[in-house]
Design a binder for this molecule. Sequence first.
Ligand code: IMP
Length: 173
Amino acid sequence: MDVVKVLYSKEEIAERVGELAGIISRDYQGKELMLVCVLKGAFVFMADLIRCISIPCTVDFVRVSSYGSGKVSSGEIIIKKDIETPVKGKNILIIEDIVDTGLTLSLLSDRLKERKPDSLKVCVFLDKKYRREIEFEADYVGFTLTEEGFVVGYGIDFNEKWRFLPDVCVIEE
Ligand code: IMP
């Protein structure tokens, strides 16, 4: 498995993350915002995003599994690590690395909505729109992918490898 090309450079990523943070800061002005980072893939994205957000916010982390050790979705999610903060009265913004079939974020959103937050929205770094199997729209999207390919870097892995890359890259067998 080799890295074949850079899809988004660290400079392009920094610019887009700054833009997203500006929009989020405006949208949530005066509201109690809680970012919920989906581990592990979104940890780099969230760390960059939160430092560009200009309003007070809190954070929590959730870990779900939908992918095994390969590239194929298992078709269900298991919450492996739940958030530890009550969400009632909060405005939840889920921070995720990639939306692919839409299954993970759709199911996770439903679970968190059951706990009655004031609002719940989703921010994804990458949207693989062409891969959607169920109807799901993220509220904030970093980049929309139009070409087939498995991406790594900027916190995103393949079998736990490549998370350290500062750019988002495509890998091939
Ligand atoms: P979904 O439930 O099919 O939307 O799956 C979303 C999850 O699949 C993401 O959080 C990623 O962990 C994983 N995923 C999908 N495409 C890729 C990719 O190109 N690289 C790495 N992980 C991916």
